[in-house]
Each structure stands twice: as structure tokens, then as C-alpha cells.
Design a protein around this ligand. Structure first.
Ligand code: NAI
Ligand code: MG
Length: 499
């Protein structure tokens, strides 16, 4: 730890302490049954941060057993008042606020997200959990006007043990969006974090235990998709899977969900989100939003504004400003407070993005800035701007998940709505305009689960989030967030004729 002599500055430059590396099953820290571990590495320089217990099918089986015991009708968890479940989650929110700095630093260290971004996400996490906690005791059934002399009503009950599979791009937020929601609904869970970012899920598991969540309710098994992930999605005692990640794996999960028992699924997958800049837009606002919409978090966002449609009348002016903005982005060590862009998550993703950049050049898009790897250690890529991109080019069709802005030209709103919808994705969309009619027509007709007008990336726990088409199934967050974790039961009593 920091001694008295070391300055505050040095303290924040130190790597955060790694407190947990084992599996978390039944509220205990355990090694994997095979004894295997895997390395988690820093995206900044590729160095090993920690060796983490590697779970596979045998560990998933143990975790599911623990979660089933915790879901037994006579368990402490099932007998707990819904309001108490809410209080436990509120306690978790307080603990997240207490450990805010540590959690932000750990997230940045393991994932490579810049500290400003980590602070924003983790800073909002407590309130996110508080919102979900507030829903725990607001699950209500209906009285049913059934024909006949009966009294009929519905109960809404937790679906069972849930398998929650997380991506690496927002580990803390994804963990909380899924775990807090499942717990508010009364479910128990087995979490499989992404292999690139196993650490913050363990830190949150420790906070859940500290908050007083009974044993077996939350279990965290780190490991790989092909082993631990597959075991979870095929497990006959998992009632529901919630997954965030690639469309490719989303489709595998949909198949796995019907392979043994019939699992309910929520899928939050990728995107190729269109952002439209009309000729009446305020460019002082639109240019920075468009840039942050795709360069933010190194472009590793499912809602990245990766197809930027700019009206022909302002096209030249816009691209001049966009390139200027991209050139001013400060890329560097995510620990430095004044850095805008950090490294990509790993070498594989970096190479995938560089491959897309090469394809963009080969297929005739004009590269105005960026396009190359920065340095030889770590996984840094220059903020890249392509213009004169055509709808059928690979960089306009496939999710790049990197700092690559692709700019396309259009002439009319009618035309751009059709072009925006010409994709299998449907996660987010945006428009910058001062014409309210144009904004409302776009919002009505664009096929996307989230639409921003004169804004981008604005999130609130109160707003449902999810995708149209191949971008997913179901919604997370919002007032109805608990619904996918609940079953509806109709109960009907015959009323005695004599009374
Ligand atoms: P991925 O979909 O392979 O991995 C996400 C999670 O699924 C990880 O926890 C992984 O271990 C698990 N997984 C992998 N294969 C599985 C299987 N067969 N069964 C069960 N679980 C499995 O995503 P990856 O490889 O990290 O990234 C590939 C692409 O996916 C990215 O380039 C990006 O386009 C997209 N992506 C989208 C995200 C989003 O926020 N919607 C997040 C991460 C990636
Ligand atoms: Mg994968």
C-alpha cells in the first residue's frame, strides 16, 4: 500500500489491489475443480494482471446446485419479503458508492477503459441499482374477470435459476443490469463473466455477500465461452439465460436454449447504428456527439454510431470538422486523467479492427485520418475517419467495435430512413435536426430499440434498452425490467354457492 511519503498522484498511478481471483460459489471462494487458472491481461501493455480460477462444466454444475438450493421454496431467499430483497440491493448500491474509486480503477485496469469513462459508469452504478431495487416490491398480479362464479387472480413469480453471460466491454454495468434485476425478481443466478475481464464481477460478488445476500443466490464462475458458457446454456436446471455479446453467440444461445429444457432468453447483441445529420443541425453540437458516439470507449460499444449519414448540403463542412475533432483525440494510458481514448480490449480485437480498416481502403472508402496501430505494446489504434463510404461496403455493414467513423452522404430524409433500416441490426439510432417534424418522423420509422434526437449515448435506468431484429430479444432496464425474470400464474377458485 501507499506509504505516507508517496503523493496522491503516485497513489492513483499504482495498480489497484487484486483481492479476489477464485470462483464464488455458495458465498465461498473456491478453486476450480480442475485446478486450472487463466491469465487476465492489461490491454495497455499486455502484461499479466492476475491468474484467475478457470471454471468449466464441473464448476457450473456446482454453482447451479447452489443456486437451486437457494431457490428452494423454503429457502431464506424465497421466504424473504420482497421489500427486504429491495433493501439488500439498496445496501449493495451503498457499497458500490463506498468503493467507487477502487471499482473504477479495477474496471479500467482490466478492461482498458479510460478513467473518465470508468468513473462515469461506476459513478452511475449505485443509482442504477437503487432504481432496480425499488422495483422489487412492485411486482403485482391482477384480478381476472373470468366467466362463472369464481375468483381468479394472477401471481407473478420468479422464473428460477438464471444463467447470466457477460461481455467484456462494460463488465460492472452488465453484471449489475443482469444480477440486480434477477435478484429484484426473486431469482437466483450463476454468472459467467467474459474471459477478458474476470475481476470486477468478483469484487461485486464480495459486495453482494457483504450486503447480506444469502448463500447460493449469486454464484460467479469465470471461464471460457466454449466450456463454462456452453455448460451454462445447456444446463437442464437453468430456467433462463440473459446474454450480452455477439450476434454469432446470441444465435448459438438461442439454439442451446431449446436443446434440453426450454429456457427463456434475453439477448442484447451488437449493432450498426445509424446517426443522421440533417442540413439544419447545429454542427457545434452534432460533430462532438457524432465523434463521441463512435470513438467513446474506443468504439467498443454496442450502440456505437458506426454509420454516420451526413446531408449533402453540409457534407464538406461536416467532414472537415469531424477530421479536426478526431485528430485532437488524446490516445494514451487509460490511467491518465486527461486521456480520451485507451487501448482495444485485446490483440484479437485490435487485429480484427485493423482488418476492417484495410477492407475499407480496399473497397474504395476514402481514409482522411488514422488507420494505423499506435506503438508496439498494448492494443492502441488511431482514431480513424473514412468518408465517401457506400452502403454496401463491409465497413458500413459489419460491426467493427473500434474507433472507426464511417461517413456516408444522403440527400433526403425519406432516402436516409430506408438506408438506415437496410441492415439486420436494430439497436440504436440518432438524428440531429432543428425540425421537430423530421425528428418525429425519423423516430417513428427507424427500426431501432433506442432513438436519440440531438443527443447520443444518453442512458437512464428508467428507459427500456434492447434491440430490433438481430440486435436482440427482449429489453433490459425500465419499469418492466423484472418481467423477463417472472412467470405469470393464473389461480382460479370456485366460489361456494351457499354462504
Ligand atoms: P462473444 O459473444 O464471443 O462473448 C461474449 C460472452 O459470451 C463471453 O462471456 C464469452 O465467454 C461468452 N461466450 C462465447 N461463446 C459462447 C458460447 N458458445 N456459449 C455461451 N457463451 C459463450 O463476443 P466476443 O468474442 O468477445 O466479441 C466478438 C464481437 O461481438 C465483437 O467484435 C463485437 O462486435 C460483439 N460484441 C458485442 C457486445 C455488445 O455489447 N453487444 C459486447 C461484446 C462483443
Ligand atoms: Mg467470441
Amino acid at each position: 500500500m501507499c506509504t505516507k511519503q508517496c503523493s496522491i498522484k503516485t497513489f492513483f498511478k499504482m495498480a489497484p489491489q487484486i483481492k479476489y481471483t477464485k470462483l464464488f460459489i455458495d458465498n465461498e471462494w473456491v478453486d476450480s475443480k480442475s485446478g486450472k487458472t487463466f491469465e487476465t491481461r492489461s490491454p495497455h501493455d499486455g502484461s499479466v494482471i492476475a491468474k484467475v480460477a478457470e471454471g468449466d462444466k464441473a464448476d457450473i454444475d456446482e454453482a447451479v446446485k447452489a443456486a437451486r438450493r437457494a431457490f428452494h421454496r423454503n429457502s431464506e431467499w424465497r421466504l424473504m419479503d420482497a421489500s427486504q430483497r429491495g433493501r439488500l440491493l439498496s445496501k449493495l448500491a451503498d457499497l458500490i458508492d463506498r468503493d467507487f474509486e477502487y471499482l473504477s480503477q479495477l474496471e479500467s485496469y482490466d478492461n482498458g477503459m479510460v478513467m473518465n469513462f470508468a468513473n462515469m459508469l461506476v459513478g452511475g452504478a449505485g443509482n442504477f441499482v437503487r432504481y432496480i431495487a425499488g422495483l422489487a416490491d412492485k411486482v403485482q398480479g391482477d384480478t381476472i374477470p373470468a366467466d362463472g362464479d369464481v375468483f381468479s387472480y394472477t401471481l407473478r413469480q420468479p422464473v428460477g435459476v438464471c444463467g447470466l453471460i457477460l461481455p467484456w466491454n462494460g463488465p460492472i454495468l452488465m453484471f449489475l443490469a443482469k444480477v440486480a434485476t434477477a435478484l429484484a425478481a426473486g431469482c437466483t443466478v450463476v454468472v459467467k463473466p467474459a474471459e477478458q475481464t474476470p475481476l470486477t464481477a468478483l469484487a461485486l460478488a464480495a459486495l453482494l455477500k457483504e450486503a447480506g445476500v444469502p448463500k447460493g443466490v449469486v454464484n460467479v464462475v469465470n471461464g471460457f465461452g466454449e466450456t463454462a458458457g456452453v455448460a451454462l446454456t445447456h444446463h437442464p436446471h437453468i430456467a433462463k439465460v440473459s446474454f450480452t455479446g455477439s450476434v454469432e453467440v446470441g444465435k448459438l444461445i438461442q439454439q442451446a436454449a431449446g436443446a434440453r429444457n426450454l429456457k427463456r432468453i434475453t439477448l442484447e447483441l451488437g449493432g450498426k447504428s445509424p446517426l443522421v445529420i440533417m442540413d439544419d443541425a447545429d454542427l457545434n453540437v452534432a460533430v462532438p456527439f457524432a465523434a463521441q458516439g463512435v470513438f467513446g470507449h474506443q468504439g467498443q460499444m454496442c450502440i456505437a454510431a458506426s454509420r454516420l449519414y451526413v446531408h449533402s448540403k453540409i457534407y464538406d463542412k461536416f467532414i472537415e470538422e469531424a477530421v479536426k475533432y478526431a485528430k485532437e483525440i488524446k490516445v494514451g494510458n487509460p490511467k491518465d486523467a486527461n486521456v480520451d481514448q485507451g487501448p482495444q480490449i485485446d490483440e484479437e480485437m485490435m487485429n480484427k479492427i485493423l482488418g476492417y480498416i484495410e477492407k475499407g481502403k480496399k473497397e474504395g472508402a476514402k481514409l482522411l485520418t488514422g488507420g494505423k496501430r499506435i506503438g508496439k505494446t498494448g492494443y492502441y489504434i488511431e482514431p480513424t475517419v473514412f468518408v465517401d463510404v457506400k452502403d454496401d461496403m463491409t465497413i458500413a455493414r459489419e460491426e467493427i467495435f473500434g474507433p472507426v467513423q464511417s461517413i456516408l452522404k444522403f440527400d433526403t430524409l425519406e432516402e436516409v430512413i430506408d438506408r438506415a433500416n437496410d441492415t439486420n441490426y436494430g439497436l440504436a439510432a440518432g438524428i440531429f435536426t432543428t425540425n421537430v417534424n423530421h425528428a418525429l418522423q425519423f423516430a417513428k420509422h427507424v427500426e431501432a430499440g433506442t432513438v436519440w434526437v440531438n443527443s447520443y449515448l444518453h442512458f437512464a435506468p428508467q428507459g427500456p434498452f434492447g434491440g430490433f431484429k438481430d440486435s436482440g430479444i427482449g429489453r433490459e432496464n425500465g419499469f418492466h425490467a423484472l418481467d423477463p425474470y417472472l412467470e405469470v400464474k393464473t389461480v382460479t377458485l370456485a366460489l361456494p354457492k351457499k354462504f
